[in-house]
Structure formats: C-alpha cells, structure tokens
Design a protein around this ligand. Sequence first.
Ligand SMILES: [Zn+2]
Length: 280
Amino acid sequence: MECDKAYDLLVERRYGHLQGSVRDELTSHLERCEACGIEATSLDELASTLDRWQLPDPPPRLAALAVKRSFNQPRHPTAAEARPARVFVPLGLGLAAAALSMILVAGSVPRLSIPALPLGLIGAVWAAMYGAAFAQALHRELRMRALARTALLGAGLVVLAAPVLSIPSVVDTCRHFFAGARGSFGLNLLLFVAGGLYTGIPIFVSAATCGRALETTSVIRGGSHAGVLFAILIAPAVYIQCAALALGLVATWMAGSLLAAVAGPTAGIWVAARIAARQA
Ligand SMILES: [Zn+2]
C-alpha cells in the first residue's frame, strides 16, 4: 500500500469502518512506515481528546439561529474550484520569495556584472523553482512536506544572510587573510571550509528543525534528497554572487559548499532524531 492511500484510510480505520484485506494491508503499512504511523498516532490522540470533550449546553434558539446563519454563509469550494487555489497559492508564494531573494542577493553584490535581461530570466526560473517547492511544502504526504520545507527553510536562511555574508565578501576576506596568494593550498583549504560552512550551517539548522519525518526511511537518503533540493533552490543565488569572481577560487568554494549541502541535512536529521529519542 502506498502512503497516499494509507493516509486516506486513517480516519476510517480510527472509527472501525475498515474490513478484511484493506484493514490488514493498512495495519502492515503502519507497522513498516513511520511517517504514516506518526500521522495515525496523532489522529488517535486527537480523536480520543475529542471523545473526552464535554459539549456545553447550547444556548436557547440555537437551531433557529444556525439555520438563519447558514443562508448567509458562503458555501465551501468544490474540488474543481479548489484546484486553481492549489496552483495559485504556491505560484504566488514562489513569486514573492523570488522577488525578495533577488533584492537581497543581487543587492548584496557590489560589482554586479549580469545584464538586466539574463537577471530577469534567472528571477523567473527562481520563481518557478520556489513555486514547485512551495507546492510540495503544502503536500498531503508527510515525507514530501518535510523534504520541501527543509530545503525552503535552508534556502531562506542563505538568502536572508546574503546582505551580511555574501560569497564575494567571504571570498574577499579569505583572500585578504592570505594576502592574495591565489594558488596557495592554505587559501584553497580556507575557501573549501568557508563554502562548507556557508551552506552547511543553514541546511543543518533547517533539517534539525523540520526534517524529522525524513528519518523514517533512511537518514542518509532523506538527508541527501533534502540537500539536493536545497542546492537547486540556492543555485541562482550562488550564480548571481559568483558571476564576478575568479573561476579557480569559486571552484574550491563550490566543492566545499556542495559537499556540505548534502551532508548538512543528514547530520541535522540525525541530531534531531537523537534529541527526540532522548526526550521520549
Ligand atoms: Zn506510509
């Protein structure tokens, strides 16, 4: 049984409406899949809280009042009407996130060498990428949601840090530290580490905050998926910031930051799972 199907059946399971092979399949899925198990447990907890809840005495004339109100109430949208909302909400969020990212990132580069048209194209691609990520972040399935939210929060932290910690400013600082010795091993090592910290810290924090559900299958697989999505989301920021830099320095930086982008979330999920296990 797939997670989507299992998710749809959780309420019926709670009220004992499932029978035969469907019930058995769901039971064995819940034993195997921690994500759906967590959803089932929280649903059970919610339902038993509601069962214990005492209904207060209704005020007099409530029925008459409710009927009168219901005539004035807007009706709920049908599935077909709700579909545009599922497209436009992530698209709107994507556009807003891309606009904010462009202002923060492009605004933080002192000698921006990208012309207006390519910059506009980068912005459009960025909006589409953010939009797709937001659509996943609102997904019904827990794993998809956790994956997209981890990547989005990590990318958000990188973008928000751009005015203070842009790649050109960090590379400049590293270069000053080594007094311009461009080919030196020390400078390259420092750039490798700095690149790693630049992406590793935000995605580590983000995975520790909202990546817990990714632990369910395999920490390394969940972590690397989140890391790849994160790397894709911050690629426009990296390109805008690196376009003006010397290629040799950027390559070392990129190697460090890509490695950390994939390793950071794995470490974050692992730490969050250990903390949760200790509290339990
Ligand atoms: Zn599942």
